[in-house]
Design a protein around this ligand. Structure first.
Ligand SMILES: [Zn+2]
Length: 284
């Protein structure tokens, strides 16, 4: 048992792109337990940045699913709090301020390469969930200062090639990635004017004073990128706790299309919250 920490602030950060499934239940239940163990606070942030993929009805459903599971939060889009708004679609001013900060420090540059250009020029990505390493075509552009707003191009963060990024995960132990080798210059703001996931969460976790981030192990490498962003922005970084991913019976990673394992469907089929939580906890 960890000693109580009055400053522990954890977060649940679901994205309303579909119904939550047992994999989400697993991660969010652990996040809730970590906050409870530390006698800390748990906040809920609605990660609804991508207008192409997010739906209002899924946002309402995910809150309902989380409540049904027995997870409670003290700040969120439904109940407010001192660090709102708690929906990412309403936090553009925070992201723009962070974008300007990186721009002024010369750490990002505009990139007009297409996805196809990057895929063709880059070596194959190391793992399936990852973006190819950016080959650097736009790195030497000198027109970043001409932009008042991020609109119209991709903005990439210039990573320090060859630098090892190490951190100690609270669950998985020591981690190490090499910038420029394990990942390249990554997008912080998309040409369709949507801040990139790993940029938005850094701005939000800092602004919301999150002390520990609990999420799935598929984001381990993204954490290395985020640590570079914390440093670049002059932000103190939180601790990280990455949970094992939940697979289906065949060991295939769950996605929101696994309707049979959605919390909603399990509830309709008569499972109790305790059973759904126990099912997720057996997996690891
Ligand atoms: Zn480019």
């Amino acid at each position: 048992m960890k000693s109580p920490s009055p400053t522990y602030r954890g977060r649940l950060a679901p994205s309303p792109t579909g119904r939550l499934h047992v994999g989400h239940a697993h991660t969010f239940w652990i996040a809730a337990q970590r906050a409870a163990e530390h006698e800390g606070q748990l906040i809920l942030r609605n990660e609804d940045l991508d207008p192409q993929r997010c739906r209002v009805e899924f946002a309402a459903a995910m809150l309902e699913d989380l409540r049904w599971l027995g997870i409670a939060w003290c700040e969120g889009p439904d109940c407010g709090g001192p660090f709102g708004p708690y929906s990412q679609s309403e936090r553009r001013a925070h992201y723009l301020a962070a974008w300007k900060s990186l721009l002024e420090r010369g750490l990002i540059y505009p990139c007009t390469c297409s996805r196809k250009d990057v895929a063709q020029a880059a070596s194959a990505p190391n793992d399936s969930d990852d973006e190819p390493i950016y080959p650097g075509k736009c790195r030497s552009r000198s027109d970043a200062g001409n932009f008042q707003e991020p609109v119209g191009v991709n903005w990439r963060f210039r990573v320090p090639d060859g630098e090892a990024i190490s951190f100690s995960d609270q669950h998985l132990g020591p981690q190490r990635y090499v910038a420029g080798h394990d990942f390249g210059d990554f997008v912080v703001w998309r040409r369709d004017d949507v801040p990139a996931y790993q940029f938005a969460v850094v701005a939000d976790d800092y602004a919301m004073k999150i002390s520990e981030v609990v999420r799935g192990a598929d984001l381990l490498k993204s954490t290395a990128r985020q640590l570079l962003l914390y440093r670049a922005l002059g932000f103190h970084s939180p601790h990280f706790y990455h949970c094992a991913l939940v697979g289906d019976e065949a060991g295939v990673r769950l996605a929101k299309r696994h309707d049979a394992l959605s919390i909603c469907r399990l509830r309709q089929n008569g499972y109790t919250p305790e059973q759904v939580r126990a099912r997720t906890l057996q997996i690891g």
